[in-house]
Design a protein around this ligand. Structure first.
Ligand SMILES: Cc1cc2nc3c(=O)[nH]c(=O)nc-3n(C[C@H](O)[C@H](O)[C@H](O)COP(=O)(O)OP(=O)(O)OC[C@H]3O[C@@H](n4cnc5c(N)ncnc54)[C@H](O)[C@@H]3O)c2cc1C
Length: 464
């Protein structure tokens, strides 16, 4: 006999577990099926453990910059195994926290693989053996995504790493090649560089962090090179040759082919959705390449079946997954949530220097037909950034010249991943330059650079 729920969520990542909790708040009887770890990729293999590692590399950088602050310390060293262990402990702590939250919200958790088994039905199996049969009027698929693999360069756990191996290394490699300079690739490149490895970052597009504003990409490129990283753009890894303890990437760049040899190669070339073994065959759920197609409320073509998060495509971000989960559940409950505005989803990269953005880049704004006004403010004009010893970077704001609407904001520099939300709120409130200029920013804070960038767009900048 199938156990009956109002809602069954498949996948316990930031999309799935947040959807389950919101549904419980709305008085639904909810089950969640997770085959691996509660918290999904984000808590266990993504956002959180990488930030724990990056914290260690920031500390290492700081410890090697003590002189600038009037300190001296001899024999500064680290235990790499402990750095990795701490990252895993942080992930474990948060995954445990999700378990607690689901229990508190009376969500029934099933440990196993979920698959649709006819209208309103889901079967759960573990190691191929049946665990449960569930029935629900509503089923949300939140099964996430995994690393894209290039043929001939499949992660082998030894010489070629996916993000999982890159996050749990047994020892610090001396030389690393990072293939792909999106957020994940750039974060690993920055982590290993700041821990002392020799890093080569290879990007097929004409610039690193290709989704960011071109000026931001150029700034980070220069900063990485200044820190000692080798960065090659317009470059394609044609193949690899594996040695006993080394790997050689055959790289074609600007018409020339070169061999680059390292201890490890991290493959960070994109994301594919987990659409397999979900029982989608014979349903009206549409899959576009590896992502499930939905309407703005998360409905698929199959009545009663919804999809959220990484499974539904870019941007592959935890906060996008969670927000989609809330919208989907509220729509199921008959509320009238606002659909997601993809331009209001901030994106952050926690490399050194940090990068954060929301809305349209200057180029995209122009492509969309906007006449733009652009403001820029460098952190070298900001008292707090100078006091902190981190004056590198700038804030760029893009406005519609006719209406004053804030179309986009792009930042590189200290704490920008914490600050971008100020512009996020401005965009949600459909703020114009007038409200932003009228807002009082606390002094001294690095956030004052956000204000000055707006002022600059309108010829009123003070501190530069
Ligand atoms: C290295 C790395 C760093 C990242 N850093 C950031 C960051 O800083 N900020 C950010 O916003 N995003 C970051 N991300 C992306 C973020 O992790 C994802 O966007 C987010 O996890 C997506 O959430 P989700 O719920 O859609 O899917 P997931 O987190 O992938 O969760 C899906 C869950 O479903 C389970 N599952 C899959 N199939 C089944 C099935 N059939 N039955 C039962 N369970 C199933 C999986 O085991 C998994 O736990 C990072 C990703 C990586 C890889």
């Amino acid at each position: 006999m199938a156990e009956t729920f109002d809602l069954v969520v498949v996948g316990g990542g930031p999309g799935g577990y947040v959807a389950a909790i919101r549904a419980s708040q709305l008085k639904m009887k909810v089950a969640l099926v997770e085959r691996e770890n509660l918290g999904g990729i984000c808590l266990n293999w993504g956002c959180i453990p990488t930030k724990a590692l990056l914290r260690a590399s920031e500390i290492n950088h700081l410890l090697h910059s003590l002189d600038a602050y009037g300190f001296a310390a001899d024999n500064v060293r680290f235990d790499f195994a402990k750095v990795v262990k701490r990252s895993r402990a942080v992930a474990g702590q948060l995954s445990g926290g999700v378990k607690h939250l689901l229990k508190k919200n009376k969500v029934t958790v099933f440990d196993g693989q979920g698959a649709l088994a006819g209208p309103g039905k889901l079967k759960v199996t573990k190691d191929g053996k049946p665990v449960a049969e569930l029935a629900a009027k509503h089923i949300i698929l939140a099964t996430g995504a995994r690393a894209r693999v290039l043929p001939g360069m499949e992660p082998d756990g030894k010489l070629i790493w996916s993000y999982r191996e890159a996050m749990t290394p047994a020892a610090l490699p001396k030389k690393i090649i990072v293939m792909g300079s999106g957020a994940i690739g750039s974060e690993f490149a920055s982590f290993y560089l700041n821990m002392g490895a020799e890093v080569t970052l290879i990007e097929v597009m004409d610039r690193i962090l290709p989704v960011e504003d071109a000026e931001i990409s150029a700034f980070v490129h220069k900063a990485f090179v200044g820190q000692g990283m080798k960065v090659i753009t317009n470059a394609r890894v044609q193949g690899v040759r594996k040695g006993a303890d080394s790997i050689t990437a055959i790289v074609e760049a600007n018409g020339k082919v070169q061999d680059i040899t390292a201890d490890k190669l991290i493959s960070a070339v994109g994301i594919v959705g987990n659409v397999e073994n979900l029982g989608l065959e014979g349903t009206k759920v549409e899959v576009d390449r590896t992502h499930v197609k939905t309407d703005p409320m998360g409905r698929t073509g199959e009545p009663g079946v919804y999809a959220i998060g990484d499974l539904t495509g870019a941007p592959w971000l935890a906060h996008k997954a969670s927000h989609e989960g809330i919208i989907c559940v509220e729509a199921i409950a008959g509320l009238h949530p606002h659909p997601m505005d993809v331009l209001n989803i901030p994106g952050c990269t926690y490399c050194r220097p940090q990068v954060a953005s929301v809305g349209l880049t200057e180029a995209r704004a122009k492509e969309a037909g906007h006449e733009v006004r652009v403001g820029r403010f460098p952190f070298i004009g900001n008292g707090k950034a100078i006091a902190m010893g981190e004056p590198e970077g700038f804030v760029k704001t893009v406005f519609d010249a006719k209406t004053g609407e804030l179309l986009g904001a792009h930042m590189v520099g200290p704490e920008v991943t914490e600050m971008i939300q100020g512009y996020g709120i401005a965009r949600t409130l459909e703020s114009t330059e007038a409200e932003l200029m009228h807002t009082v920013f606390p002094h001294p804070t690095v956030s004052e650079a956000m204000h000055e960038s707006v002022l600059d767009a309108y010829g009123r900048v003070i501190h530069i």
